[in-house]
Design a protein around this ligand. Sequence first.
Ligand SMILES: C[S@@+](CC[C@H](N)C(=O)[O-])C[C@H]1O[C@@H](n2cnc3c(N)ncnc32)[C@H](O)[C@@H]1O
Length: 217
Amino acid sequence: MLAKNRFTITGSGLVLAVLAIVGVGLWARRRHPHLPCPSSLSFLLENPFMNRVAGAQLLLDRAGVTPGMHVLDVGCGPGRVTLPAAQRVGSDGVVVALDIQPAMLRRVQEKVVAQKVNNVRLLQAGAGEGKTEVAAFDRAFLVTVLGEIPDKPAALREIYRALKPGGILSITEVFPDPDMMRPAVIRQLAQETEFSVAEQIGSFPAFTINLVKLAET
Ligand SMILES: C[S@@+](CC[C@H](N)C(=O)[O-])C[C@H]1O[C@@H](n2cnc3c(N)ncnc32)[C@H](O)[C@@H]1O
């Protein structure tokens, strides 16, 4: 009985979270069609629905993040993936959290201090501006970000350069993000850069496509 009630409450919470995401997302999109997701809407990212369908540990598993790796979190937002990634790569690894919005990076910094993490570096930049280190990363993430980036090919080219040979860019898209990209469009973008599509995991309401920078022959 107790278990059933718990399930009902969790289920209702999920439904409410989805409705909130749809409602606020669509409203925000209508008011600010071409702006990045503002930090005041971070609750749209950090909620039970997102944890269930695109939780940080799941995304780190899908990308194969292991201790000692160097990770680039592009469009890190409030650090939903950054902080768990930092814990997973450990003291021999590093996570660079890149975002165009200083307000998002301030949220990451607050978590870094609160969690006493010392392997996260913050980088304020637009994806595609070329501010990342070359051939420095084992893994890169674009989690519900690609649709917000105006020059997507430039962003993918920069991430390609930033990865080591054999490195993986893991792209995740989640319904009902108003900027959600379709898998076919991501595959097309990958083709236009030099990435190879390694795999697609999941479909609806969230999917991940892993792109690989093939090792030079
Ligand atoms: C929907 S949030 C996703 C945040 C995080 N990846 C997550 O899944 O929780 C999108 C983030 O991408 C950032 N962003 C949007 N356009 C960008 C760009 N051109 N360059 C870098 N970051 C960008 C926004 O500032 C925002 O923090």
